[in-house]
Design a protein around this ligand. Structure first.
Ligand SMILES: Nc1nc2c(c(=O)[nH]1)N[C@@H](CNc1ccc(C(=O)N[C@@H](CCC(=O)N[C@@H](CCC(=O)N[C@@H](CCC(=O)O)C(=O)O)C(=O)O)C(=O)O)cc1)CN2
Ligand code: MET
Ligand SMILES: [Zn+2]
Length: 809
């Protein structure tokens, strides 16, 4: 180590990258559209980072003490780490610079992108590294050094941040062609060597500190057991921190999103200079022993990076004092204050909201802390830690007053809502048996084998978004907006009829977002105008603020769905978002258990489901794409979570008659740990993401005995590529090899809102044609072998292989 700069007493783990006015989204999308060249994009990046540094200094972080983390990424922090070590799959050969960067992220005309999946238990998506025994791994990219040096040129000493080597490999998938059972962690030594080289360059550029994020060390939901990851981290950091390996910055290793206590001894023994613990998700750890933390600063993540609530400063100060006692009794060199996670999960600044307009309840202002307010909380708490609690007495008093006011505010507790939740019974969560429903629904709907449908949304055109923006500004009146949306619904219905889909949707043109739209209609929520948070790449959402008891003042989707149904004789599917997903993609209150919030939302949805049914809607889909996302990272908390999550879905849907068909939709393929829960939802039909993993999930589901309708997605909607009829028929055929044909539906992976019309129309036509082709094959097979059950017949027709145990007739 070459530096003795002490760790700053106040810091944050990371800051939003999108910019206060979504400048990053605009610049990156302009670049993709060919309107901004590479230099222009680099300039936009520099302006954004420079503005961020100056803002953080204004908010109280230091210009030259390494308290400002550099967490910028053009697209994704994991992609930046992949680039750092040059772990680029062979299929991207021949590309370089920004073209390579964005080809990895989004694919291009000839190459499929890296997979994208959820980052721990958040709604942020990262790009999944593909690493095999032969993937090149060596330092090939200086971006992290260039960013540091550029900021130094502006007079700011930042703290470069990288996804840590263990987390990078723990999140990687084995590249195609790797031997069965091979794990990317087998490449840890080489990855560590590449990181060591990067640290040497950072030291040379003058960086006193670097931050390595290791959230994998808190998760039981990864393929490698947590104990092995911690052991691997011990090895990796001993090498990264080795005193004889040349100059490097001092190292901060972070363990956000969960309980890092188990990793503390291994990290401390490895000799890293600072260790961060998430003290929001976990308690203060036991002291590890008299000299166990010698030479290490303990960094207490007490300001929540995942919520938007103003901190309880008294409670946070208590935790910090407890942490300091642990540090002192273990020989640590200091204690510092930080956020529990990066602030990338929260909006920039409450000051960007229009507090004088009725969208946001003014009373809420004092209850909230977005990223900039959280920086203020960190600096306040650091002052308390340095100078004693009395130094921040007035801030603590104000925090107590706000919390007390909030508890008493109207709408926070609505007795009628509480009573209705308390009176929910198991019978309210149960439908009649599936065979009865299946027969009643078959009679009512009269669908062919392999019915075709979509997941709900059709492309959100710029024209619709413009109309909605004009409506929000008051430039388009209610009647004009409504007729614009109705015209869109009519167009989408006519298109689906013409293409020949079996179960139609209204297309969701009236929704800004599948969660925010409901939050705007339910009591108990507030929505923001400028509270954007990055979801992936350039795509952002404005998570709603769930602050009070939830209920439904009036029907929400019924008029749109009924209008759509009035235009066609084919069944139209009503479309709702489920309780877990509404919670996951909002900022929920924390003063009552999530299980109770879930049941409140479920009952509001139950009323909507009943009204849709009464209006004659034969099929109702309740989307739960976030079911897997909210699965707690600790295995010990899985059962409780899954019980309330499934219970809430059932409370929302179980009130319908047997002949009403309930669908659900889940995306994000890692279904392995939640198969019981998926079955427990008791939906008549479940559509799931499957195209990218080539139907991998189906054998698992089949082995699980899943006996209801299932729609494995055959079109990966994340790319504009149009799959051919043969390709789609092949996927449907693959599905029919594992799942009886009478259970199978044919649909895309997810909604089409981010797609455009050309590829949407072309693919849906191919999808309908592919379903017809496979139906004909099955029909022919059934005619040839009349004595066989239809589903087995289909299996043979599609594969030429007899199912195990079948009789050759
Ligand atoms: N909340 C949520 N999380 C989710 C998903 C989801 O659908 N919702 N899907 C999965 C994938 N994640 C996604 C996240 C965002 C988007 C997305 O499309 N975001 C849009 C914004 C969607 C939105 O809120 N649209 C609003 C506001 C649009 C807007 O930016 N309007 C302009 C004005 C438009 C104009 O005048 O032309 C502005 O405000 O500047 C609307 O349609 O009303 C974007 O970043 O571009 C898609 C998928 C997982 N997580
Ligand atoms: C992210 S899941 C999306 C489901 C929604 N019904 C849609 O089609 O857009
Ligand atoms: Zn989806």
């Amino acid at each position: 180590m070459t530096t003795t700069t002490p760790f700053p007493t106040a810091t944050i783990l990371g800051y939003p990258r999108i910019g206060r006015g979504r400048e990053l989204k605009r610049a990156v999308e302009a670049h993709w559209a060919g309107r901004l060249d590479a230099d222009g994009l680099r300039t936009a990046e520099a302006e954004l980072r420079h503005a961020t540094h100056e803002r953080l200094i204004e908010l109280g972080l230091g210009r030259d003490d390494a308290s400002i983390p550099e967490t910028f990424a053009l697209y994704d922090q994991v992609l930046d780490a992949i680039s750092l070590i040059g772990a680029v799959p062979q299929r991207f050969a021949g590309r370089e610079g920004l073209d390579l960067h964005f080809a990895l992220a989004r694919g291009d005309a000839t190459v499929a992108p890296l997979e994208m999946t959820k980052w721990f238990d958040t709604n942020y998506h990262y790009l999944v590294p593909e690493i095999g025994p032969d993937t090149p791994i060596r330092l090939t990219d200086r971006t992290v050094v260039d960013r540091f040096a550029q900021a130094l040129g502006w007079g700011v000493t930042t703290r470069p941040v990288l996804v840590g080597p263990v987390t990078l490999l723990a999140l990687a998938k084995a590249a195609d062609g790797a031997p069965a059972g091979w794990s990317p962690l087998e490449r840890l030594d080489e990855v560590v060597a590449a990181y060591r080289a990067a640290l040497a360059l950072l030291a040379e550029a003058g960086a006193p500190w670097a931050q390595l994020d290791e959230p994998a060390l808190v998760s039981d939901n990864l393929p490698t057991p947590r104990g092995l990851l911690i052991e691997a981290a011990g090895r990796a950091y001993r090498r990264l921190a080795a005193p004889d390996a040349g100059p490097r910055p001092a190292l901060l290793v972070t363990t956000p999103y969960g309980d890092g206590a188990a990793a503390l001894p291994a990290l401390a023994a490895a000799g890293v200079e600072a260790i961060h613990l998430d003290l929001v998700r976990a308690g203060v750890p036991e002291a590890p022993g008299p000299r166990a933390l010698a030479g290490t600063t303990l960094v207490g993540g007490v300001v929540d990076g995942r919520n938007i609530w103003a901190a309880d400063l008294a409670e946070a100060a208590d935790r910090l004092e407890a942490l300091r006692r642990v540090a002192e009794s273990s020989g640590a060199s200091g204690t510092a204050v930080a956020t529990s996670t990066s602030l990338q999960h929260v909006p920039h600044d409450t000051a960007l909201e229009h507090w004088d307009d009725p969208v946001l309840d003014t009373a809420l202002h004092d209850w909230l802390a977005f990223a900039d307010q959280k920086v203020g909380e960190v600096t306040t708490l650091a002052r308390g830690l340095r100078a004693g609690r009395s130094a921040i007495a007035s801030e603590i008093a104000r925090s107590q007053k706000v919390l007390a006011e909030r508890a008493e505010a109207p709408g926070v507790c609505v007795p009628a809502v509480r009573a209705r939740v308390a009176s929910l019974t198991e019978a309210d969560r149960a439908r009649v048996g599936y065979p009865v429903r299946e027969a009643a629904q078959a009679r009512r709907l009269g669908l062919p084998n392999l019915p075709t449908t979509t997941i709900g949304s059709f492309p959100q055109t710029a024209d619709i978004r413009r109309a909605r923006a004009a409506h929000a500004r008051g430039e388009l009146d209610d009647a004009a907006y409504e007729s614009r949306i109705k015209a869109e619904v009519a167009r989408v219905i006519a298109l689906q009829e013409e293409i020949g889909l079996d179960v139609l949707v209204h297309g969701e043109p009236e929704r800004n977002d599948m969660v925010q739209y409901f939050a705007e209609q339910f009591a108990g929520f507030a929505v923001t105008r400028e509270g954007w948070v990055q979801s992936y790449g350039s795509r952002c959402t404005r998570p709603s603020i769930l602050w009070g008891d939830v209920w439904r003042p009036e029907p929400i989707t019924v008029p749109w769905t009924a209008y759509a149904q009035s235009l066609t004789s084919r069944p139209v599917k009503g479309m709702l978002t489920g309780p877990v997903t509404i919670i996951a993609w909002s900022f929920p209150r924390e003063d009552i258990p999530l299980s109770e919030v879930g049941d409140q939302i479920a009952l509001a949805l139950r009323d909507e489901v009943a009204d849709l049914e009464d209006a004659g809607t034969p099929v109702i889909q309740v989307d739960e794409p976030a079911l897997r996302e909210l699965l707690p990272l600790e295995a010990s908390r899985h059962a409780d979570y899954l019980a309330w999550a499934v219970g809430a879905f059932r409370a929302a849907t179980a009130g319908v008659r047997p002949e009403t068909q309930i669908h659900t939709h889940l995306c994000y393929s890692e279904f392995g740990q939640i198969l019981d829960a998926i079955a427990g939802l008791d939906a008549d039909v479940t559509s799931i993401e499957a195209a990218r993993s080539r139907m991998e999930v189906l054998p698992e589901l089949a082995a699980h005995g899943f006996a209801r309708g299932i729609g494995p997605g055959v079109w990966d909607i994340h790319s504009p590529r149009v799959p051919s009829v043969e390709e789609l028929a092949g996927l449907i055929g693959a599905a029919a090899r594992t799942v009886p044909v009478h259970q199978l539906w044919v649909n895309p992976d997810c909604g089409l809102k981010t797609r455009a019309y050309p590829e949407t129309e072309a693919t849906l036509r191919n999808l309908v044609q592919a379903a017809r082709t496979v139906r004909e094959r099955i029909g022919a097979a059934a005619a040839r072998r009349p004595a066989f059950t239809q589903s087995h017949d289909a299996d043979q027709a599609l594969t030429g292989v007899r199912p195990a145990g079948s009789i050759d007739l």
